[in-house]
Design a protein around this ligand. Structure first.
Ligand SMILES: Cc1ncc(COP(=O)(O)O)c(C=O)c1O
Ligand SMILES: N[C@@H](CCOP(=O)(O)O)C(=O)O
Length: 464
């Protein structure tokens, strides 16, 4: 297997080069040249694998033996040893047909840890093996940044700079990122939105001389490894549900912002996992819901919501899905993306819209609906949802027929978003690592949202 760009102008490259390239040099996103298919017989055998063994098998379809088996197993073991639950991503049953998969048992209490603990260790491994300097540049609406920093803080040969939108992340997210005092960490608080932060880093990754000069590496879901690591838990949850309800068709409801997590589900389905429906849950920043319902992809007005990590207009991984929707045609994908850059809109033909609607259902969850869902699940099931997961649960209620089984991805711990939980009148106790953050000093610089300002700051950080 090799990896190619959605825009067709990057020659096929291997797995490690894909990790290091991040964004394809032609500005597209890297994807496997063919998606491996797992037979029904093999899936049956995989049902009883532990999370770590499942991860090893799924990764092995893509790594081309570029990482020796024992090293890969060791990286996986190290990555999931930091999780507080031995199952890594346990699946809990809330009602007869409704499950939540808890993805927040890693060090920073959000689903990002599942992929970023692995990617952080992989970067340290590559840096050591190839004597490579790794300069990480990332954008975050709150969770990716905290998780990536935690994955590489203090690691030799690695520096990390994270851009977050100033005062648009939750208090706990801000503290998780900015109370880290390791010298290899720089937090830039950008006066703008997450979309501004993501646009800046994509511009810098697309500037190949700059990217090469400063050894820039990506931790966002631009990086295919993020997607790959996130496919594993779809397999894991599917197998857990089969144990409970043999033969059940399984839907997944996925809180969505950058389209990475739900794209991982789409990839798992293309690999042969019999996923029934993927339900795309957004908040009021509902560009993706409108795309699924109307076939028009056009950013709307930015809104600050109860689920700030999903306050995203331009979804990075949409381009990966578009590539597959257009029949794996890179010229067409490039033309659509070029059109989006100039006109700010992509409109697809009715026959393509039918395909989108066969792949996804969608629901954009309003603020009141999100809070009401938190309240009702707390009262009726004694289960506290974070606001992102609440969007997933509200979309499950709207889009998954009562007789079908559905797993909602629980993407964060509620303690990260107490601002919203308080509004429902629920008092929660913080886990100790979160409580401890409130006493620590913060380190961050406030910058404007111009590429020039960020470049100036990066140049001094990467050369110090
Ligand atoms: C807690 C939480 N839930 C859901 C999402 C959406 O995931 P994705 O961007 O992969 O669609 C994010 C971040 O984007 C998040 O941090
Ligand atoms: N919600 C994310 C946004 C960045 O998404 P990514 O999956 O591309 O890293 C965050 O918390 O930062």
């Amino acid at each position: 297997m090799n990896f190619i760009s959605t825009r067709g102008k990057t020659a096929g490259i291997g797995f490690i080069d894909t990790v290091l390239m991040g964004l394809a040099d032609d500005g597209g996103l890297l994807i496997p040249n063919e998606i491996p298919h797992i037979s029904a017989a093999r899936l049956k055998e995989m049902e009883s694998l532990s999370y770590q063994d499942l991860a090893y098998e799924v990764f092995s379809y893509y790594t081309n033996n570029e990482i020796p088996d024992e090293d890969l197993k060791d990286l996986i073991r190290q990555s999931y040893a930091t999780f507080r639950d031995p199952e890594v991503t346990p699946v809990k049953k809330l009602t007869d047909n409704m499950y939540v998969m808890e993805l927040f048992h890693g060090p920073t209490f959000a689903f990002k840890d599942v992929a970023l603990q692995f990617l952080g260790n992989l970067y340290a491994y590559v840096s050591k093996k190839q004597n490579e300097i790794i300069h990480i540049l990332g954008a975050t609406s709150g969770d990716t940044g905290a998780s990536a920093i935690e994955g590489v803080r203090g690691k030799e040969g690695i520096r990390i700079c994270i851009l977050h939108p100033h005062q648009k992340v939750s208090r706990v997210q801000e503290l998780q990122m900015t109370t880290v005092d390791d010298e290899n960490v720089l937090n830039l608080s950008v006066e703008g939105t997450f979309d501004d932060c993501q646009r800046i880093i994509k511009d810098l990754f697309a500037d190949v001389p700059f990217k090469t000069k400063y050894h820039l590496r990506a931790i966002n879901s631009i990086n295919f490894v993020r997607i790959l690591a996130q496919t594993v838990y779809y397999f894991y949850a599917y197998f857990r549900v089969q144990k409970d309800k043999p033969g059940a068709k399984v839907n997944f409801s996925v809180p969505t912002g950058n389209f990475g997590d739900i794209f991982a589900g789409y990839l798992a389905k293309r690999m042969g996992l019999p996923v029934n429906k993927l339900i795309l849950a957004t908040n009021e920043n509902n560009i993706l819901e409108r795309f699924v319902l109307e076939g028009v992809y056009r950013p709307g007005e930015f809104k600050s919501t109860h689920s700030p990590s999903m306050d995203i207009q331009v979804a990075s991984n949409f381009e990966r899905y578009l590539y597959y929707l257009l029949g794996e045609n890179p010229q067409q994908a490039a033309a659509y993306m070029e059109g989006f850059k100039t006109d700010g809109v992509i409109t697809i033909a009715p026959e393509l819209l039918s395909r989108v609607q066969a792949d996804f259902a969608a629901h954009g969850v309003g603020g009141e609906e999100c809070l009401a869902t938190i309240g009702s699940y707390y009262r009726e099931h004694g289960y506290l949802l974070d606001p992102h997961t609440a969007c997933g649960v509200a979309a499950y209620e709207k889009c998954s027929p009562a007789e079908e089984v559905c797993v909602t991805l629980s993407t964060a711990h509620p303690a990260k978003f107490n601002e919203s939980i308080e509004l429902v009148g629920i008092e929660q106790t913080y886990p100790q690592p979160i409580q401890d953050l409130f006493a620590k000093p913060q380190h961050q610089e406030i910058v404007d949202s111009s590429v020039e300002e960020i470049v100036r700051r990066l140049e001094s950080f990467y050369t110090k």
